[in-house]
Write a protein of this length. Sequence first.
Length: 141
Amino acid sequence: MARPGHKFVNDAIGMVSMRSLTSLICVSLILMASMSGCARTARDLSLDKDVARDSLTTALTAWVAGQQPSDLLPKITVGDASWTAGKKLVSFELKTAEETSDGTNLYVPVVCRFESSGGKVATTETIYIVGTSPVITIFPQ
């Protein structure tokens, strides 16, 4: 009968431990390889600057025309609290010469002219953040 400390027992325990360790390493490597495509970061999302500019123009033109952000769904998702609250946009100007990009989003300064209920026009500048992948999104900064 084999006893602990006996050469045969020590070799058998070493073989089982080595097999378990090898199996664990193989399973871990397979899991890591299969999950590598699942983790997407913002840097993985592409930006089409022309689509971003066109989409922002489309959205702001819809606002001037009295439409709601929901009218642009599903093509364009807009999250602007001023628009949703009913603020009246009468005109806008994209300052494309001052736009910047982080590779995923386009940051476009826009001069907006709003009309108050009393008929006064106020001008503000807002930077809109526009993404084009995986969907078109527009949010004020």
